[in-house]
Write a protein that binds this ligand. Sequence first.
Ligand code: MN
Length: 204
Amino acid sequence: MVYKLYKNDFPATLKFKKSVAIDTETMGLNLNRDRICLVQVCFGDDIAHLVQITKNSKNKPANLIKLLQNKNITKIFHYGRFDLAMLNRNICPVFGPIYCTKIASKLSRTFGAKHSLKDLCKDLINVEIEKFNQTSDWGATNLSNDQLSYAAQDVLFLHKLKVKLDEILQREGKMNLALECFESLKTRVKLDLEGFQELDIFAH
Ligand code: MN
């Protein structure tokens, strides 16, 4: 597993590609209370770039922001709803097309399949990933090798999963509905950030 760790931004020399897989690690799940600690990105080339965001870092991560706000680069997430809200609150709003492997799986794999990243990796690309570091202290000044490889694996397989999920979405005639869901994710995130997290606005 290949990862590169940077403090508070990646270098301006990092080459962007037309799509990027993104994940975040945070101090917890509360959007108002918990800060973002790590942003992982991967351009589909088996290298994870890990940007550690230190507490009270003075400078905005200018290069990361350039990537997040590039309207021509597709952003691939697994459960993007949370990462988009966290990025929005802690770094900047995210622009450009969104893809969420969890939504794609829920729409197309309706036969009782599970939709966690671990399940998708096992079912679709025959890769076993470990989730044991999920609840570690991501705010630590020095992140352990275990934490960093765990964080890396959360972005390393998203491009491959997208290829497989796109095939199933096409086969089942669900691609257009998926694209509409990805687009509407931006609205769902706005609602979350406005405090409507627990409310299904479409429910009776
Ligand atoms: Mn993660």
